[in-house]
Design a protein around this ligand. Sequence first.
Ligand code: G3I
Length: 391
Amino acid sequence: MTMQRRIAVLAAVTALSATLVTAAPALATPGMSSPTLRKEAPIDLHIGSASWGARDLTPYDPKNPTQYQQILSTQFNSITPENDMKWDATEPAPGVFDFTGADAVVRFAEANHMAVRGHNLLWHNQNPQWVMDAYKSWTCDQAKAVLKDHITTVVGHFKGKIYQWDVANEIFHDTWDPNAYDANGQLRLRTDQNPFLYACSSDPVGLLEDAFRWAHAADPNAVLFMNDYAVEGINTKTDAYYALAQKMLADGVPLGGFGAQGHLDLDYGFDNSLQANFERFAKLGLQVAITEADVRVRVDANGQPINPADVQRQADYYGRMLQACLNVPQCTSFTVWQYTDSKSWVPGVFPGKGYATPYTADYTPKPAYYTLRNLLAEATPGRSPRVPMGS
Ligand code: G3I
């Protein structure tokens, strides 16, 4: 732990201890007596999991939770809706909003003193059919009007209930895409894949800046993030984000954070420049976060690692991601993209890969889980329960 973080944590713990004298009975929850990730986590770091409100948290009976729900609420103090706050879920028809799944996430979070990370407001995937049918005919002003209405309505609906919002998700091209670079060799924004950036391809940065302003107007307390994959280390894509962040901040845009998704694969090396990358964004005055961590492994037909040594290698990758976050005091959340293999997106998308989360499909914690928990405990001077959201 850095001295800066240790000092910040000590101050927070001191302030909290007075609160706990009266608040402690309210925090006593069945199953909270054994160590958990959220109990071990430093007071200034949210430890989260993605969860799909419409699928995983519906129905939810606090007196009779499913095993999945019980572990989610005792191990984590933050939830990111895996799909429920995306455009296709929240605005399935023009001006028609549906918060069914997203509200289920917020309800579950509130019932269990968990925070909610909003995901997401602008992305090239999971847009509703009506957007995909219409965007090629939009002027930039028309696209902005549609986006402004969406952001204002969605962020406004959850005002005060979301601590971080992924406003802009995956807005730069993959560096390996042949169309990725402009005539000057600079990495391009996804103006040919994201419908809103497409309509505003003459000034995509202007659209992005407005998106952050609209979100900020709708909920001034939410910290507003740019979020992407393959942005863990210092590389071409993160250089592009760094330059964009500098421009936005110079323009007075309420950009508040930079998120690295953390979808890693044991077939690729671990990028040790993660901490240095986080530090350079933090020096701009931004928060940083690991937003969607998982570590893919080569698996057999039963979803088990082909190479037994990969179980420990996976734990090591998780640990290095978390340690980089812990070493940077501005790293305020660490989220896994579902905590159990039974809910992971990986096997459906990467044939021959899986075993990506900290728990097996039958809810047994893996070495990766214990690595995370031990690192959290080491980073905390003494054991302290997390502060319930809003206190
Ligand atoms: O909504 C339809 C439903 O109507 C239909 O019956 C069903 C049949 O397959 O599909 C449903 O859509 C699914 C969708 O999630 C839910 O809206 C898709 O099949 C499914 O492929 C889709 O997957 C999600 C994926 O994003 C799509 O882009 C994953 O669950 C989700 O984990 C994944 O999350 C993304 C992050 O948002 C951004 N970073 C990468 C990450 C992993 O891809």
